[in-house]
Ligand binder design. Structure first.
Ligand code: PRX
Length: 648
């Protein structure tokens, strides 16, 4: 579209930015021409115990899929994030922590971070945690969450962070899959003025059959609330007091696992995305520096949760590897009121803010006043992540929050990619609201048709990546075959992202959203299959199908079609109960927004549910249902359309 708004790089950025347009063009071309050479050079940003000589060993199949970077290198990721900054930044702030309550905040220096992480490393060792052991973290957004991640990395353990909003069942499933024998949690968390019963959830999870093998639970005292105490529990503060602050970082190989993070796919249970050490830290730190144009001393804030990959790469690992000042926020953007984020910006004089479109849309609804109460003079750059940002929200973020002086980096990436793959570099690119613009160095995106043919020029298609980058996931934990199937079988020899995208005549990418059965609710991934299996586990449900529909604030909402079991009455009370049921089974983010009773579901004669039709009905677009004559029971469609009318 020729008439799209174009926002050039502000004049104030000229000469100040790390990467301008000329440098981007030259460096990008070189990074593709000599990909191995490029990544060999970038590896030098990391302190290696033994520098790698084998840079890249990658095959995207079809016969064999393997991804290895810096294979013969040795390093410790924690030492890169902490120890190496002690020489010149020991007294500089590493973490700014802002509590849920506006009255609570603190700053932690690199020296303090080093001490806390070292003590905790020794605590973990004393608990029996060794190299390669999986430690599950189920924690609020408190500094101890970052300490725990780094302490695992320090001693060579593998962390598996489970978002504190997930249910005991979801937690148990992840503990079981990771065969994790250790859990770190808190008594309770604070969020938006309420408490979350974390320890109680852990206790419930550990009663589930698959999670009873957990040996020890380390508990941070956050609220002082009442909790049950079991023989396997230990207080964090007591253990820390007794521990030595001398904990030499373990020597790790570049391809040793760093963490597992579970994410939803289109089928089955969430899968454990495995990231390893060397490549991940090179990629997270490099992208953090360039995408956020990070200069030493900048005060940076990624307002995500460490339960998601954004928190891993851009609150903890990327910034700390760069010796940056990173912010952790325990609360929510609307507590105590809709001005909170900007109050925090003023309070800590933050220069960079990185958040999700869903938060921007929620705040936009509250009008400009809560923003304008703050000065925001410290702000230089804004970021967006997790879902497509609609141009209206982009414009508001730019005009009201950033007062037209701050570029916005709309960063496209995934849990699987470890770091940002497509994004503006703010000093290098004129922006178009809603476009993630162009690939990062070394990244080769392409658009393909259904047959996998690459489409050139201005076009639309499914987004694939043609070659590896160091931050790419290595496998699905414990199930390499699932890794190959999920990402490399649709288009053999290519990494399939699951997203659709458009590329315009200027070569800018516009991510259009998932093309599979993955939902994106408020920037969080959920599989339709997970919600469906939670629903059918309820005795009143015979069958269920879940689809997404456009939602003003959440981006997508959850729409469920339920066929009741024989003899069950379709009442409002049952609908409410089923929504609560899903909430309890998976977590609050999975709560269905809308529920429609379905006398039957549209299926092909072979029994496959035609989700395309269900999506169209949920979206109110009946005109274009496509061919329904192949359905086993075409009348179901009319019944569902009639039934949809009352659903709001
Ligand atoms: O559909 C894309 C969407 O979020 C998915 C990845 O979700 P997750 O692994 O949870 O990671 C979220 C944080 C990186 C992608 O497949 N997505 C993420 N960022 C964007 C986006 N869609 C459009 N624009 C983005 N900037």
């Amino acid at each position: 579209m020729a008439d799209e708004a174009l926002y050039p790089v502000p004049d104030s950025w000229t000469g100040q930015c790390l990467v301008d347009e000329a440098r981007y063009d030259a460096e990008y071309a070189e990074s593709i021409r000599d990909n191995t050479g490029y990544w060999a050079e970038q590896a030098k940003r990391i302190d290696w115990i033994k520098a790698p000589t084998q840079i890249k060993d990658v095959s995207f199949g079809p016969d064999d899929v393997h991804i290895r970077w810096y294979e013969d290198g040795q390093l410790n990721v924690c030492a890169n994030c902490v120890d190496r900054h002690l020489a010149d930044k020991a007294d500089q702030t590493a973490i700014i922590w802002e509590g849920d309550s506006p009255d609570e905040s603190k700053e932690i220096t690199y020296r303090e971070l080093h001490e806390q992480v070292s003590r905790l490393g020794n605590v973990l060792k004393a608990m029996g945690v060794g190299k390669g052991d999986v430690v599950t973290l189920y924690m609020p957004m408190i500094p101890e969450a970052a300490y725990a991640m780094l302490a695992c990395a320090r001693i060579g353990a593998v962390h598996s962070v489970v978002f504190a909003g997930f249910s005991p069942d979801a937690l148990a499933g992840r503990i079981e899959d990771g065969r994790s024998r250790f859990v770190i949690t808190a008594d309770e968390g604070y969020r938006g003025g309420r408490t979350i019963a974390l320890k109680t959830n852990v206790d419930a999870a550990l009663e589930r059959p698959g999670a009873q093998h957990v040996e020890q639970v380390l508990v941070v005292r956050r609220t002082g609330g009442d909790i049950q105490w079991n023989a396997r529990d230990r207080w964090y503060h007591e253990a820390m007091e007794a521990a030595s602050a001398d904990c030499p970082p373990a020597v790790m190989n570049a391809e040793d696992p760093l963490f597992i993070l579970y994410t939803s796919g289109s089928t089955g249970r969430p899968k454990g995305v495995l990231h390893t050490s060397g490549g991940y830290i090179v990629y997270a730190s490099l992208t953090h520096q360039y995408v956020f144009d990070y200069h030493d001393g900048d005060r940076y804030w990624c307002a995500a949760d460490v339960g998601w990959v954004t928190g891993h790469s851009y609150i903890v690992y990327g910034p700390l590897a760069n010796g940056a000042i990173t912010t952790m926020f325990e609360g929510v953007p609307t507590y105590p009121d809709a001005g909170r984020l900007w109050e925090v910006v003023d309070k800590h004089q933050l220069n960079i803010v990185y958040t999700a479109p869903t938060a921007i849309r929620a705040l936009m609804r509250e009008g400009d006043e809560p923003v304008k109460r703050s000065s925001r003079k410290s702000l230089r750059l804004l970021g967006s992540v997790g879902e497509p940002i609609n141009p209206e929200a982009w414009e508001w973020y730019h005009r009201v929050v950033g007062e037209q002086r701050c570029p916005i980096v709309d960063t496209w990436w995934q849990t699987e990619t470890g770091g940002i793959l497509i994004s503006p570099l703010p000093g290098a690119r004129a922006l178009k609201p809603g476009s993630a613009t162009k690939p990062f160095f070394g990244i080769q995106p392409a658009l393909v048709d259904e047959q996998g043919q690459i489409k050139e020029g201005a076009t639309e298609g499914n987004l694939v990546i043609l070659d590896s980058w160091p931050g790419q996931m290595r496998t699905v934990f414990g199930d390499h075959e699932r890794f190959v199937q999920t990402y490399f079988s649709t288009y053999p020899g290519r990494y399939f992202t699951g997203d659709g995208a458009r590329r315009d005549a200027d070569g800018y990418y516009w991510i259009t959203g998932r093309v599979d059965d993955v939902l994106n609710i408020s920037g969080h991934r959920l599989g339709t299959a997970e919600i469906e299996s939670a629903l059918v586990a309820h005795e009143a449900v015979a069958e269920a199908a879940v689809v997404g529909y456009p939602h003003d604030v959440k981006g997508q909402g959850i729409y469920v079609y339920v066929t009741t079991a024989a003899g069950v009455n379709e009442t409002d009370a049952l609908a409410a109960e089923l929504k609560q049921w899903v909430r309890k089974e998976i977590g609050p983010i999975a709560t269905p927004d809308l529920l429609q009773w379905a006398p039957g579901l549209p299926k092909t004669r072979s029994g496959k549910i035609m989700r395309r039709i269900l999506r169209k009905i949920a979206e109110d677009s009946y005109d274009n249902l496509g061919d329904t004559s192949t359905l086993a029971d075409p009348e179901v469609v009319d019944q569902l359309i009639a039934g949809h009318e009352g659903i709001t």
